[in-house]
Design a protein around this ligand. Structure first.
Ligand SMILES: [Zn+2]
Ligand SMILES: [Zn+2]
Length: 343
């Protein structure tokens, strides 16, 4: 089969590799849609938990073409998506019922073979049926949406909260939709791209304020005028350490600042310990997800979370270099979807 293979960071090609073998508890999925996200840009650089050689791709959906002999709940022809996160079940944190921190964390597309390939093999217990109403393009949002669902568990939005979100990437917009549906009174997105802010306003996800990347005082002034007391919750959905730093200008007393975007592993920020102490701020991290797929797929199936406007670019597997180029250096993209197979 054809697959993207990274031999080492930044060095990849689309090449012929053996089709994966299916163990007794696994299914083989023919991949129709696989999303690219910021995590793939970090993996491209050899960051995050990447291990090489690697076939990336952790946001995929497709059709089952083969099932292992002990697989009971799936059959050939089923339309599915899959949770790429695999916990070992055995380590200190798994036994502490904290599988997100599994010490042997295995993640398809991060340190194991993922969905930028014609086929991907997945353990049966990580596979989720999708209905005929959901397209594969919609279904491949289940992974970023699952991360946003986990974000909701971390953030714990209270009824009537005022929420400020920096960033208008796809995972930020998914989180914005969940927060809006999760009881917030005001949701404001601040980001530099007018095009994306227009989309957010048009689809009714949030109010928006344009961010001036060169002069933070401009959007700060507008936000302070609109919300003089600040916000109960301030989310960084950019992964940019400078943006995260200025998040601390906006929380109310005892407010929460959420580190939701993925920064580089060696990025640093400057904080005022006195502010955290005196305002009793809660600084919370939200990392990936585990066991959130069930809820994510339900949100997609119900249509409560809308993703159609987020899928902006499509590429064949053979053009993975163009897809990656768009991800790393392009403009105007939200979700880029790679199609290893076409029907
Ligand atoms: Zn992702
Ligand atoms: Zn474990």
């Amino acid at each position: 089969m054809k697959a993207v293979v990274y031999h080492e960071p930044r060095n990849y090609e689309v090449m012929e590799v053996p089709k994966p073998e299916v163990k007794c508890n696994q299914v083989l999925i023919k991949v129709y849609s696989c999303g690219i996200c910021r995590t793939d840009a970090h993996i491209h650089e050899g960051d995050f938990i990447s291990r090489f050689p690697l076939t990336p791709g952790h946001e995929f959906a497709g059709m089952i073409v083969e099932v292992g002999e002990h697989v009971a709940d799936f059959k050939v022809g089923d339309r599915v998506t899959a949770d790429n996160a695999v916990e070992c079940g055995d380590c200190y944190y798994c036994k502490k019922d904290m599988p997100l921190f599994c010490e042997n964390f295995y993640s398809l597309g991060c340190n194991g073979p993922g969905g930028f390939a014609e086929y991907v093999v997945v353990n049966e217990n990580k596979v989720y049926h999708i209905s005929d109403n959901l397209t594969f393009d919609q279904a491949c949002f289940s992974e970023p949406l699952a991360c946003a669902v986990h974000g909701m568990d971390v953030i714990d939005v209270h009824c009537g909260d005022d929420v400020l979100i920096f960033g208008s990437g796809p995972t930020g917009i998914l989180l914005t939709q969940l927060i809006k549906n999760g009881g917030a009174a005001n949701v404001v997105v601040c980001a530099p791209s007018q095009e994306k802010l227009d989309l957010i306003e048009r689809d009714g996800y949030a109010k928006t304020i344009k961010m001036d990347k060169n002069d933070y005082s401009k959007h700060t002034k507008v936000l302070k005028e609109m919300f003089p007391k600040g916000f109960d919750i301030v989310v960084d959905a950019t992964g940019n350490p400078r943006v995260l730093e200025q998040c601390f200008n906006f929380p109310k007393q005892a407010g929460k600042v959420i580190v939701y975007g993925v920064a580089a592993s060696d990025d640093k920020i400057t904080l005022s310990p006195y502010q955290i102490f005196n305002s009793e701020l809660k600084v919370l991290g939200s990392f990936a997800q585990i066991h959130c797929f069930d809820r994510a797929v339900k949100y997609l199936e119900s249509g409560i979370i809308k993703v159609d406007d987020l899928a902006t670019h499509h590429f064949d597997l053979a053009d993975f270099d163009k897809a990656m180029e768009q991800m790393l250096h392009g403009h105007g993209q939200l979700k880029i979807i790679v199609h290893p197979n076409k029907d």
